[in-house]
Design a protein around this ligand. Structure first.
Ligand code: NAD
Ligand code: MG
Length: 387
């Protein structure tokens, strides 16, 4: 039996992971499940899967979790320290599917035990890629990508020599505002930004897809995970979301990865790697799809893409600042306190401020300096909003 834990089990990726586990219950020994405020779902899954421990990120929900788990034999725990303790419990495979930079510390802890980390939490690569990957290397742990594009690139590289790769193209659906004008984008509402044309995901990443911040995080994720140079990484808008990524080689060949837009493919690939197993995803009927459409991305209407390039250029703590400022701006947009385009503007302002103040430079990334930069960037977004 493989011992597994799922961080962020109550979310979109967490639930898709549980769906796969549930279909093959006998193969897995569930160690820990973690969630946020959805106590009922967390407790229900923990009881059904016989988890050793269920953890809510919120200390003030411990009593509720205890009540929901009463008599089940599943231990209840709460708070950031409990998340770390859960990451320290021995497991063979851990799904990192907390949303935001809150996923960084548990993931780093898991890697210290040499555990295989299936990484959906792209924010940890954006904020602290060199730290995370170095930690994996020094502890003999493996990080497996669970973003659809990155899983696709990973699969495209099987059996290849990475030094022969000329370029990597990650696709973007373009989101609900793909063909909106600047004027229309200005007035984009929360409800409109929450409607993704091809993927069913958590609210935050859905809005990030509408603003293309998701793709900008993924450009950086590609750089940090695979080590490609920024100029080798391209974005291609592909509204159908059938082609997830393409790897281009020195001889001009492009290897594309196609599949239905269903995260259970990338999750299942990471779960069964290095083998392939049957997965319950729809099979593409390309005759029915008919045509595959591609467009160049527009960095003027979607400045997040341009900002990703600047972040890679700046290095140091720029990724941590970029991600945290984005998270804080997204909070404000969700609270309907700022407009859609204000998000990129606030993020750019904070990056400029902190870069001019020499605050992005460090000799090496550590959890402490990354979390301090994260906190500072969030505070600056709020200060700019208040000004
Ligand atoms: P979601 O919002 O549906 O779920 C997030 C999970 O994290 C929930 O379990 C929630 O309780 C937990 N959580 C939230 N805040 C927390 C905190 N401060 N501390 C601890 N736990 C917290 O998100 P999702 O769509 O499942 O995305 C999860 C991660 O996977 C994100 O990093 C996202 O970018 C990435 N991802 C998601 C998809 C997708 O299809 N949903 C695709 C690719 C990558
Ligand atoms: Mg993706």
């Amino acid at each position: 039996m493989r011992r597994i834990s799922i961080f962020g089990s109550t979310g979109s990726i967490g639930q898709s992971t549980i769906d796969l586990i549930r279909r093959d219950r006998e193969a897995y020994d569930v160690v820990a499940l973690t969630g946020g405020g959805n106590i009922d779902l967390l407790a229900k899954d923990a009881i059904e899967l016989g988890a050793k421990v269920a953890v809510t990120a919120y200390e003030d929900r411990l009593a509720d979790l205890k009540a929901a788990l009463a008599g089940s034999g599943v231990q209840a725990a709460a708070g950031e320290h409990a998340l770390i303790e859960a990451a320290d419990r021995e497991a063979d495979w851990i799904m990192s599917a907390i949303v935001g930079s809150a996923g960084l510390a548990p993931g780093l802890h898991a890697l210290r035990h040499g555990t295989t980390l299936a990484l959906a939490n792209k924010e940890s690569l954006v904020t602290a890629g060199p730290l995370l990957m170095q930690s994996a290397r020094s502890h003999g742990a493996r990080v497996l990508p669970v973003d659809s594009e990155h899983s696709a690139v990973f699969q495209g590289l099987v059996g290849e020599d990475q030094s022969e790769v000329e370029r990597v193209i990650i696709t973007a659906s373009g989101g609900p505002f793909r063909d909106w004008s600047h004027e229309q984008l200005k007035g984009a509402t929360l409800a409109q930004a929450c409607k993704h044309p091809s993927w069913d995901m958590g609210q935050r990443i859905t809005i990030d897809s509408a603003s293309m911040f998701n793709k900008s995080l993924e450009i950086i994720e590609t750089r940090e995970y695979f080590g490609f140079a920024p100029e080798q990484i391209e974005v291609l808008v592909h509204p159908g979301s059938y082609v997830h990524a393409l790897v281009g080689f020195r001889d001009g060949a492009l290897m594309a990865h196609l599949g239905a837009p269903d995260m259970r493919h990338a999750i299942g690939y990471a779960l069964h790697w290095p083998e392939r197993r049957d997965l319950p995803v729809a099979r593409l009927d390309l005759a029915k799809v008919g045509q595959l459409r591609f467009e160049a991305p527009d960095e003027i209407r979607f400045p997040a893409l341009r900002l990703a390039r600047e972040v890679m250029e700046l290095g140091g703590l720029a990724g941590a600042v970029f991600n945290a400022a984005k998270e804080a701006a997204l909070d404000l947009f969700i609270a309907q306190k700022i407009g859609f385009l204000d998000m990129a503007q606030l993020v750019e302002q904070v990056l400029t401020q902190m870069s001019a103040g020499g605050m992005l430079k460090v000799t090496a990334l550590s959890l402490d300096n990354v979390l301090a930069a994260d906190k500072e960037a969030r505070a600056r977004v709020l200060a700019l909003k208040a000004a």
